[in-house]
Design a protein around this ligand. Structure first.
Ligand code: XIL
Length: 304
């Protein structure tokens, strides 16, 4: 195959993806690039709690439906993102301090959102949907981040959320996802330990996502991070790669690290063009502000 996705898949991997939503899919150049170079889509914002259930019990799926429908009609896989997070979450959720209430709110949110796309995606696309269930739950020292979830449940919210996600979409691969898992640092070790603890109770977490929002020269630890995460025996995904002020070498270092690790099954860059990136001023992506491929794009293709 050609393009990022084709080359990546020729190494036996599942897909090279990007984040997107209607705001970017509606840009003609972006849609064309996604069709040729990408095999999977992650909703950039449209599946987050504030977008899907901003008012308790009132679900809004216009944005996520648009993303899912585009992916299905264009034969792209979908990584769900996300069920549980501490941010982009409405205050009616974060103000709950009663365990039973929060548990039923969590169950309703995950089963409604997960259930909506479960049957729809599976069967119409040749492959599975990947779901980011818990996102960014660790501190830099590897301990549990303070959030409404950890404050009310302690660590048990992880298994609880994954259980509801599994019920809602039994065929999906369920991932836990975090940032700064960019070397074999304390946070990476904390993630490995957490996943082992949770999975000692059964097959609960299927994979670990490392976001990899990097800075120039910051790719050196990627290989060690992937090795550490893969030591759990789970699949590993690079879920949100972008590199501020990246050189070609920064990008190829990450891509080679993924290809050298058989468990690194998907690689998602967090956007297509610098013009629409959440870190736009740092030019972190593979296409420039005019939707032209950068030198790093060619370097990455050649590295695969
Ligand atoms: C970012 C989006 O790209 C922005 O459009 C939004 O304003 C904030 O969130 N980690 C994540 C992603 O898991 O969901 C975030 O996406 C980037 C950091």
């Amino acid at each position: 195959g050609s393009g990022l996705n084709g080359k990546f898949k020729s190494h036996g991997r599942v897909f090279w993806g990007t984040c997107a939503d209607s705001n970017t899919l509606n840009i003609g150049q972006i849609a064309t690039i996604i069709k040729s170079d990408f095999g999977g889509l992650t909703p950039e914002n449209s599946m987050k709690w504030d977008a899907t259930e901003n008012t308790q019990g009132v679900f809004t799926f216009s944005g996520s439906d648009a993303l899912v429908n585009w992916a299905v009609s264009n034969g792209k896989m979908i990584r769900g993102h996300n069920f549980i997070w501490h941010t982009q979450i409405p205050s009616w959720v974060t103000s709950i301090n009663n365990k039973a209430t929060l548990q039923s709110v969590m169950q309703k949110h995950i089963s409604t959102l997960g259930g909506r796309y479960a049957g729809k995606i599976y069967g119409r696309t040749p492959n599975r949907m990947l779901i980011g269930t818990d996102s960014e739950i660790l501190n830099e020292d590897g301990s549990l981040r303070s959030s409404v979830w950890s404050n009310v449940f302690g660590e048990s919210f992880v298994a609880l959320a994954f259980g509801y996600a599994r019920q809602a979409d039994p065929h999906a691969k369920l991932y836990i996802n975090d940032y700064n898992l960019d070397s074999n640092n304390a946070k990476t070790q904390g993630m490995v330990a957490l996943v082992k603890r949770v999975n000692s109770g059964g097959n609960i977490i299927d994979g670990i996502g490392t976001q990899m929002h990097l800075g120039a020269g910051g790719a050196g630890g990627a290989s060690a991070a992937l090795t550490a995460l893969a030591s759990t025996g789970l699949d590993v995904a690079i879920t949100e790669l972008d590199i501020a002020g990246a050189s070609s070498n920064d990008y190829t270092t990450v891509v080679k690290a993924c290809l050298a690790q058989p468990k690194c099954v998907t690689l998602t860059t967090w956007g297509v063009s610098d013009a629409n990136s959440w870190r736009s001023s740092t030019n972190p992506l593979l296409w420039d502000n005019n939707y032209k491929p950068k030198a790093a794009y060619t370097a990455v293709l050649n590295a695969m």
